[in-house]
Design a protein around this ligand. Structure first.
Ligand SMILES: C[S@@+](CC[C@H](N)C(=O)[O-])C[C@H]1O[C@@H](n2cnc3c(N)ncnc32)[C@H](O)[C@@H]1O
Length: 260
């Protein structure tokens, strides 16, 4: 399937200014305070950051592979419903998710705003396009599954992006984000400026974002004990033996919902 148009990130509408507090008054930030930055500034800084770099490790690094296979094995059992035949990976970057998600979906397309990240993606060029997650260049209900791995915490208005993902999905939407209720993740996100947006994401806040984006039958789960990019190989081998599901404080939150 080809994108209906290739609207480039420069053409995207600028996200509106304002803090990160949710419209219904429910704070999405770990400590109840919005980061002191408006949304358009946040998005511009993220675009600058991702425009000049790739992930620290390639998709076939052993720790990345361990991380991704564990997540995909869990998803294969937990996604529910008929196996998806087509999927879109939003913010696919250099292909961590796409490379391994083929285990549960044979045809996966990917889009990302950063040409730098796309250049390192192992998937065929015909399956990739440069696009802004706020304005996906695909018709309504184009893919059985629309998902993102570690995208939304780099987005100023995550709810708008999830709504856009729901528009292009025929059935399910899957979101994987860091979990600020995990102490190591909270510390890391506090110390590394470009990761600070992760402090907005917990199982509770992710459920709220997905609900307000119009999804239904939402399930959220805290999972995982190590990160793909920074965990030393030996340590990841040990942590990999622990149960994947870690209620409340797993390093990541996975949310699964159906198109409303
Ligand atoms: C942490 S990386 C995740 C990449 C990949 N999903 C993975 O799991 O390795 C975040 C990605 O989001 C992309 N991104 C950030 N803002 C975006 C936007 N507005 N539209 C599309 N992609 C965006 C970045 O270019 C980057 O590739």
């Amino acid at each position: 399937m080809e994108p209906t148009t290739h609207r480039q990130v420069e053409n995207a509408t600028a996200p509106s200014a304002g803090g990160f507090r949710d419209p219904d008054g429910e704070s999405s930030h770990l400590f109840g305070q919005p980061p002191a930055m408006d949304r358009s500034t946040f998005d511009r800084r993220q675009a600058e950051f991702w425009g000049t770099r790739t992930n620290l490790r390639a998709f076939d690094h052993p720790v990345v592979e361990r991380f991704a296979r564990q997540r995909v094995e869990w998803l294969a059992k937990s996604l529910g419903g008929p196996p998806p035949r087509t999927a879109l990976d939003v913010g696919c970057g250099d292909g961590f998710g796409q490379a391994y998600m083929q285990r549960i979906c044979p045809v996966i397309f990917g889009c990302d705003a950063s040409p730098e990240m796309l250049a390192s993606n192992p998937l065929p060029r015909s399956r990739l396009c440069r696009a802004d997650a706020y304005q996906l260049p695909f018709a309504d209900q184009s893919f059985d599954l629309v998902y993102c791995w570690e995208l939304l915490h780099h987005i100023g208005e995550p709810e708008r992006v999830v709504r856009e993902m729901a528009r292009t999905a025929r059935d399910r939407v899957l979101v994987c984000e860091p979990n600020a209720w995990n102490p190591a993740m909270a510390l890391f996100s506090t110390l590394v400026p470009e990761e600070r947006g992760a402090l907005r994401f917990t199982p509770l806040s992710l459920r709220g974002i997905m609900k307000r984006a119009g999804l239904r039958d939402i399930r959220v789960c805290a999972v995982g004990t190590f990160t793909p990019n920074r965990t030393p190989d030996r340590l990841s081998q040990l942590l990999h033996r622990l149960p994947y599901r870690v209620p409340w404080i797993g390093m990541y939150t996975i949310g699964i919902g159906r198109r409303g």
